[in-house]
Write a protein that binds this ligand. Structure first.
Ligand code: SF4
Length: 379
C-alpha cells in the first residue's frame, strides 16, 4: 500500500526532558487492551514512589476507555522529575501503550493508500513548522482511483498556501465552496475543478471582500466560544497556567476597539507561515477519515467548522494574552504554547465533535454567515 506524508514528517524527534509542555501531563493517556494484558503481569519500577500490585493498577476506565490515572498534579505517575518515562527506563519502548508509542503521529489507512502526519499538540512539531512552508503530497494527482474528496482537500490546502489571501480570506472562501459542494451533491471532479478555478475564485474573492464584519462582533462571539470550550478543563483544573489569565480577561472584556484589534493583527502577521502550516496540516489530516461515513462531505464540512473553532480559539487566546499582559510583542513561545494547548483541548474524536456541534449550535452545519462572524478579518 502506498504511504504518503508531508515533507517535514521524518524530521520529528521527541525532545523529552527539554519539552515545555510534555504530553505526559493534563491529558487522557489511553491504554489499549493488548498493552493492558501485558501490564497486568508487570510490576511497577522501583523508582515510582507510589507502589501498586502491577501496572494496570495505575489505570482506570474513563468515558468508556482505559486511561492512566494522573496524580494530583495531573501528571502521569510514570513521568520522572526529569521528564523521562520510568517505564521506558525500566522496560524499554515496547512496554508503552499504542497512544504513547504513536504520539504525535497520526495514521489514516484508506482503501487506496495510507497517510501519515504529525499532530500540533506537541511543541516539537510546531518547532518544525517554524522553518519553512510545508509541502504536502497531492493525493488526487499521485494516487489512482482516489475519492473526489481528496481533490477538494488538495484544492483547499492550495487555497490556504496562497499568500495573496489572508488566512481569514482563505477560510471564508474555502468554507463557502465547501458548503456549495455539500449542497450540490453528488459532486464530480469537473465541478470541483470549476469551483476552484482561477475565474471562480476571483469572482468569489471580489464578492466576499464587500462584506465587513465589525471586529467587536467577532471578538464577542469568539470570547463566548473560547469560554464554552474551556468549561470542562477549568472544572477539572487542567491547563490552569494557560487558561486562568486569559479566561479572567475574557470575562471582563466584552468589547474591543478597532485599534487594539488592528495592532494585534500586526503581531499575528509575524506568525503567518506557522499558522498556514498549522492549518494546512489540520486540513490534510482531519478533513477526510478512512471510516465509511454515510455522508463524507457532511463530515468534511463538520471538520472544517471544527478547524475554524480551533483557529479562532487560538487567535482569541493570543489576543487576550496580549491584553492581560499589556504586551507590545507576541513571542514565538507564547504562540506555540497556545497552539499546543488549544489543539489538545480540541483533539476530540469524530463522534465527540459531532455531539459538541449539535449541542452548541442550532444546526450541525452552519450558515456561511456564522463562519464569517467568528473568522472575521485580521490582516
Ligand atoms: S509533547 Fe512532543 S516533545 Fe513533548 S514529550 Fe510529548 S512527544 Fe515529546
Amino acid at each position: 500500500m502506498k504511504r504518503i506524508y508531508p515533507d517535514y514528517y521524518d524530521k520529528f524527534h521527541c525532545i523529552a526532558d527539554k519539552c515545555t509542555i510534555t504530553c505526559c501531563q493534563e491529558w487522557k493517556i489511553s491504554v489499549d487492551d493488548d498493552t493492558n494484558r501485558k501490564w497486568k503481569k508487570l510490576l511497577p519500577p522501583d523508582s515510582i514512589s507510589e507502589q501498586k500490585k502491577n501496572l494496570t493498577a495505575y489505570t482506570y476506565q474513563k468515558d468508556g476507555a482505559r486511561v492512566i490515572r494522573l496524580n494530583k498534579d495531573h501528571r502521569c505517575p510514570f513521568l520522572s522529575d526529569e521528564k523521562l518515562c520510568h517505564l521506558v527506563i525500566t522496560y524499554g519502548d515496547s512496554v508503552l501503550s499504542e497512544t504513547c508509542t504513536l504520539f504525535p503521529r497520526e495514521i489514516h489507512e484508506f482503501s487506496t493508500h495510507d497517510e501519515v502526519a504529525l499532530m500540533p499538540c506537541c511543541p516539537a512539531v510546531i518547532d518544525l513548522w517554524r522553518e519553512k512552508s510545508i509541502e504536502f503530497p497531492v493525493a488526487s494527482a499521485i494516487i489512482d482511483h482516489v475519492s473526489p474528496l481528496f481533490l477538494i482537500r488538495d484544492n483547499l490546502i492550495k487555497l490556504f498556501q496562497d499568500k495573496s489571501l489572508s488566512i481569514e480570506e482563505a477560510f471564508l472562501e474555502g468554507f463557502y465552496i465547501l458548503l456549495e459542494l455539500y449542497k450540490n451533491q453528488p459532486v464530480t471532479p469537473s465541478q470541483i475543478h470549476e469551483y476552484f478555478s482561477k475565474d471562480t475564485l476571483h469572482e468569489l474573492h471580489s464578492a466576499l471582500s464587500d462584506i465587513h464584519i465589525p471586529a467587536s462582533d467577532t471578538f464577542a462571539e469568539c470570547n463566548e466560544l473560547l469560554q464554552d470550550l474551556a468549561v470542562n478543563y477549568r472544572k477539572e483544573g487542567l491547563y490552569t497556567r494557560f487558561l486562568q489569565p486569559i479566561l479572567t480577561e475574557a470575562e471582563k472584556s466584552s468589547e474591543i476597539s478597532h485599534a487594539s484589534w488592528d495592532s494585534f493583527c500586526d503581531k499575528m502577521a509575524d506568525y503567518d507561515m506557522i499558522f498556514r502550516n498549522f492549518l494546512t496540516n489540520e486540513l490534510f489530516s482531519d478533513l477526510i477519515i478512512p471510516a465509511n461515513v454515510s455522508n463524507a462531505l457532511e463530515h468534511m464540512v463538520m471538520q472544517m467548522q471544527w478547524i475554524i473553532i480551533e483557529y479562532t480559539a487560538i487567535r482569541q487566546s493570543l489576543f487576550l494574552w496580549c491584553s492581560c499582559n499589556g504586551a507590545s510583542t507576541l513571542t514565538y513561545e507564547t504562540v506555540r504554547d497556545y497552539m499546543v494547548i488549544i489543539s489538545r483541548m480540541t483533539g476530540y474524536d469524530d463522534d465527540d465533535i459531532r455531539t459538541y456541534l449539535e449541542n452548541s449550535f442550532a444546526e450541525l452545519i452552519w450558515d456561511w454567515g456564522y463562519a464569517a462572524l467568528i473568522v472575521g478579518t485580521c490582516d
